[in-house]
Ligand binder design. Structure first.
Ligand SMILES: Cc1cc2nc3c(=O)[nH]c(=O)nc-3n(C[C@H](O)[C@H](O)[C@H](O)COP(=O)(O)O)c2cc1C
Length: 413
């Protein structure tokens, strides 16, 4: 089967809400795009829709109970585990308040909720319920928990509910087309960075002061690696310049490993010459020991004084040699986030800056998720909720892709 989702395996969980009928159309559309869809229906879902509809549209018998075992591919197979092992994506649409609660609470009392216990994030969850149920603190807390674990919970639609007396409000299941767009974003990202040569920096730097000792920082490299991998998936030709991050080089791109700020400068500026755009996510040391010895320094009585000198400002140098290139920087701040980020944006001639807090509970450094504000060249701010770094990378690349679209003449370079 050809199509944007050819060969992709999707588990479609359907729980018991009025919107279950829309899941039939979603299953049809996913299958038409080439996905192998395994529908999983809760007992309550069976009160709203017939398994036969899914079976005919997907060519697979839906699973709707734990016992006796259904959907086993061979004797001894345990589909509640094996399905998520093989799936490219788990989608739950509609997701009832009950299902969301069980997913957040780690309860596995039927096939769908048990399967979700072994689903790798992100699972794509499309909530559907009465607006008052959606607004309840319990549901909101459960949604927050799922997001924190890296799952993607769509915003429910706003508007008239299934029945007029339910009134209007937020809680409608997002339309199948909107869910499909998210599935495509996860599994078949748009090629909106095609033709772009992009340099991404990531990780900390190490500034040696003797044979075995160095100064460094808490950066994990996760943000830069997520950006590089996602940009490559969106068609960019990526050079990733990485400080010592201890992460495997993402497939489909060139990873250059460096150690010090000076080495990072050399590699980044070399790649910058031919690049159309740069995203500088590395936490480059601002200072290095003025003197480094090749031998290990012996300990002596009394304190040791290290004199530090400034390292080169790579981002500022890139800004000076920018021409029509697009340049995205990061500001890691412990206070006055937007003000400091805006100053940096202006000073270094950036097109976009990603402002991150690096202290307290919102600390982005080393974490799997980050709370960021995106600030554009004209100072407009987009405050994002705390997001897994993959999702934050997508949001940053969406902005880069918008700028790239308007760079038509430049692209021919
Ligand atoms: C007519 C009807 C419609 C319902 N619609 C919804 C709904 O849209 N969202 C929801 O969260 N629960 C809805 N419920 C309640 C769920 O069906 C109920 O909580 C059930 O236990 C959910 O089971 P499940 O999550 O295992 O599918 C509805 C119940 C009825 C009787």
């Amino acid at each position: 089967m050809s199509g944007a989702l050819a060969g992709k395996r999707i588990v479609l969980g359907v729980s018991g809400g009025i919107a279950a009928y829309k899941a039939i159309d979603l299953a049809r559309q996913l299958t038409l795009l080439g996905a192998e869809v395994q529908a999983v229906l809760t007992r309550s879902a069976l009160a709203f829709v017939q398994p036969l509809s899914f079976e005919v549209l997907t060519g697979r018998t839906p699973i709707s109970r734990m016992f006796p075992i259904e959907g086993a591919s061979h004797p001894g197979d345990m589909p509640h585990i094996s399905l998520t092992g093989h799936a490219d994506l788990v989608v739950v649409a509609p997701a009832t308040a009950n299902l969301i609660g069980k997913f957040a609470g780690g309860i596995g009392d039927d096939f769908l909720s048990t399967l979700l216990l072994s689903a790798r994030p992100p699972a794509l969850v499309a909530p559907a319920m009465n607006p008052r149920m959606w607004a309840s603190p319990a549901v909101q807390e459960n949604v927050r928990k799922l997001k924190e674990r890296g799952h993607f919970v769509m915003e429910p639609g706003v508007g008239r509910m299934a029945r007029a007396e339910e009134g209007e409000g937020s809680g409608r299941m997002p339309e199948p087309e909107a869910i499909l767009a998210e599935v495509l974003r996860f599994l078949a990202p748009p090629h909106d960075l095609a033709g772009m040569r992009l340099v991404v920096s990531a990780g900390p730097t190490r500034e040696r002061w003797d044979a075995v000792r160095y100064l460094t920082n808490r950066s994990s490299g996760k943000m830069g690696y997520a950006l590089a991998a996602a940009a490559a998936a969106r068609g960019a030709e990526v050079t990733l310049v990485s400080g010592p991050a201890g992460l495997p080089g993402p497939p489909g791109l060139r990873t250059m490993r460096v150690e010090s700020a000076a080495e990072m400068r050399e590699a980044v500026l070399a790649a910058w010459k031919d690049a159309h755009a740069g995203i500088m996510a590395a936490a480059v040391s601002d200072y290095r020991p003025a003197r480094a010895t090749v031998h290990k320094q012996k300990k002596k009585e009394g304190p040791l004084t290290l004199t530090l000198e400034r390292t080169a400002d790579i981002l500022a140098e890139m800004g000076k040699k920018k021409g029509k290139r697009l340049l995205v920087g990061f500001a890691a701040e412990t206070g006055d986030l937007t003000k400091n980020a805006k100053d940096k944006l202006r000073r270094k001639g950036l097109d976009l800056i990603v402002a991150n807090l690096v202290s307290g509970p919102e600390d982005a450094m080393g974490a799997d998720s980050a709370t960021a504000i995106l600030i554009g060249a004209s100072g407009e701010e987009e405050a994002l909720p705390r997001l897994p770094k993959d999702a934050l990378a997508s949001a940053i690349l969406d902005r880069l892709a918008e700028m790239w679209k308007t760079h038509k003449n430049y692209r021919k370079r």
